[in-house]
Design a protein around this ligand. Sequence first.
Ligand code: NAD
Ligand code: UD1
Length: 340
Amino acid sequence: MKVLVTGGLGYIGSHTCVELLQNNYEVIVIDNLSNSEVSVITRIEKITNKKITFYKGDLLNKFDIQQVFQQNEIDAVLHFAASKSVNESVKNPVKYYKNNISSMVNLLEVMEDFNVKKFIFSSSAAVYGSTTQQPISELVDTQAMNPYGQTKVIGEDFLNDLYISDNEWSIVVLRYFNPIGAHESGLLGEQPNGTPNNLMPLITQVASKKRRLLYVFGNDYNTTDGTGVRDYIHVVDLAKGHVSAVQKLLLTHGLHTYNLGTGEGYSVLEIINTFEKVNNVNIHYEIVDRRAGDPAVCFANPAKAKEELEWSAERTLEDMCRDSWQWEKALENNILPSRK
Ligand code: NAD
Ligand code: UD1
């Protein structure tokens, strides 16, 4: 079975390539390296002892996509390639609508031309905006609060229209909650471009003294300790969810949407405390004002994925903190090639 993974050298895509290879899928990757580097291939191959076929290509260029389909009999596509910073999307919406929507139009058009109709879409809990219904089930209305989230809502609506037009499509939409952690081998993880915005890369950078202190955005939320609560999920569990989704895709038609989260919410202070304890380090932090647009609480009801995909997250918060720190140390010690 041959699968195409767009954005397969990025954070979640690379971990998913590992799981796919370990489950005997043949993996082809297209990535323009805008937020990843080619050395990730060697590292995926080292972990799995298997090869991937790589195309350096841009989904904004239809010819790049056509070439991949011409040269390979592809059974299904996992679509990770996108831009993913909420902050940047607010400052530069054109980039986000172009890279997240136009590229997806190109990809789905080529798929139609080659009669490949099995598709997995990387969506996000960002589509739920600031809903107060917690835990969040897939039935909660989508209401994105920023251009990035809006591109995910549009992507989902597009897929819905596509399926209505032709019900031979088999589509799985996966709404990720907060992926953190890294591969336990220490060979793969997140390499944020520039200054990170997300909590875990900031914590690891404070722990490694690349950054002096962590700003905790608000301690006056209506939560156990006043800090924001999120559903953090280990990236390897998330990657395994994609293997279950591909298996579903190959067996059925239809459009199915699943939350991929643990169903557990942890506060910012709980994350900091667990990180300190598991890794025996200090995280210097300061409480500051809330970050605009942050909901107090956001965690998944993952029951649908458990029932229909027979998947659930297994790794603990301790695992996530340990693996994130191991990855930061690998980056710090230059064990891995640095970003060009
Ligand atoms: P990432 O930036 O690490 O990976 C994306 C990969 O896609 C990169 O390797 C990049 O070079 C590539 N890419 C981007 N635009 C491309 C294009 N036009 N053509 C070809 N390649 C292109 O991001 P990630 O964290 O692995 O996220 C993967 C997907 O999951 C994205 O769609 C993202 O929106 C979604 N998502 C991520 C998170 C998260 O917290 N990381 C949460 C929810 C959803
Ligand atoms: C953010 C995005 C979301 C995206 C997700 C994963 C926003 C508003 N939302 O979610 O769309 O899907 O990342 O990429 O940006 N925090 C601090 N200090 C920091 C950073 C974060 O206290 O320096 C807190 C936040 O207030 C929040 C928690 O940590 O309570 C998690 O934040 P973050 O990692 O940025 O993820 P989200 O805001 O949940």
